[in-house]
Write a protein that binds this ligand. Sequence first.
Ligand code: ADP
Ligand code: ZN
Ligand code: MG
Length: 468
Amino acid sequence: MRTVIGLEVHAQLLTKTKLFCSCSAAYFGAPPNAHTCPVCLGMPGALPVLNERAVEYALKAALALHCEIPARSVFARKNYFYPDLPKGYQISQYEEPLALRGYLELPTGKRVRIRRLHLEEDAGKLLHRPEGYSLVDLNRAGVPLIEIVSEPDLSSPEEARLYMEELRRVLRYLGVCSGDMEEGSLRCDANVSVSPDERLGTKTEIKNMNSFRAIEEALKFEVARQRALVEKGHPIEQATLTWNEALGRTELMRSKEEAEDYRYFPEPDLVPLQIDDAWRERVKRSLPELPAQKRARWMQEYKLPEYDISVLTDERSVAEYFESVVGLYPHPKDVSNWMMSEILRLLKESQTMEIALKPEHFARVLEMVSSGQINRTVAKDVIAESFKTGKAPDEIVRARGLSQISDEQALAEIVAKVLAENPKAVADFQSGKEAAIGFLQGQVMKATGGKADPKKTREMLLQRLRAT
Ligand code: ADP
Ligand code: ZN
Ligand code: MG
């Protein structure tokens, strides 16, 4: 049985102000109804003015998704009655959206077609109180969103998750959406059907999933439910469902009969939006290298394993950091290993995405390791301290006496002691087992807490062994 999934994603744009008024769009954590004005409160006579930055962000997303941009798009009123919508309609785009016919390439290489991408305003928020009444907060009313509608090209819950993760990555690379699913700045409605043949089955639409995991789980549940029905010969009822996270199941919200008629019509208070070639090209030129391009280039240029590439290109700032370090210390796999272990751990601990360690400091630590000035254990400490204090690695090594012992006399004493304490290894070496030198060198390292200069140690050991 074939599974077919299509996603409708809403992404909040990171503009300073709302889509049609100058209220702040940063509603998260603000006191209720603090970010409101006659426009977003829907007062009679108040008129909307389109936020140019929101259009630019939507364009960026559309172009990054390889969409066509019609020369004109039209805002429309989507009418429905609900207390989170003060005007009684949402300004959206309907018949003539901002962008059409694009695609998103998944890390697997599969291209998922994008049907359309349009601009619209968000609704307010209702807080339902257990006492039996609801509070209305309109800070979110009028916040700019883009809606991105895919074609039904996804063929499993896992693939739907990959699509969402990649879409989030693209939007974050562009800097147009924070992609925070828990906070609701990235939301997804999932349409799903199953079918025994090439025809599309009847779909259901699932809402209220607020994590990647929830999307995958909800779809798995729904696919299983639909399969069981179809296998028994029962029909699938077209419906809108809600994901009950606690119970791990989908539940009926409304059936097809209850589907709403939004009575769309063109918004008379806004002129059509015209995007000329010059504007489109300017935005196109401003696009950064996107995750899929970056992954492909890294494969070619750095020859890193796929896993390293996926980890290090997930966040644009981390990827760019990697490239700055490799520019200074051209050993990609080395840099990758150290970043994946040390830097990503420090980022996690400090709960930021800002890498506080300067690329030149990080590169310098790796240089000190490869030249033998410090060993790997010491390097970890130096990285951690430089990350926290911003101090230069050389300074830290000097101040804490972490530098390797290369002082001839100090080293000579330790070498003599190790040779005296390990007669068997000495005898082995002298009877031709040259590998015994590695053991003796290890003993010197141990005796110095890893600080002996490996090259000097080896020279000195050889000199002594050959002299006796
Ligand atoms: P509706 O008219 O019910 O809103 P649309 O044709 O506009 O349906 O599609 C909405 C979303 O549902 C799109 O993302 C689309 O890819 C997806 N979709 C459409 N038909 C199916 C189907 N049979 N199975 C799964 N997803 C579908
Ligand atoms: Zn306002
Ligand atoms: Mg539709």
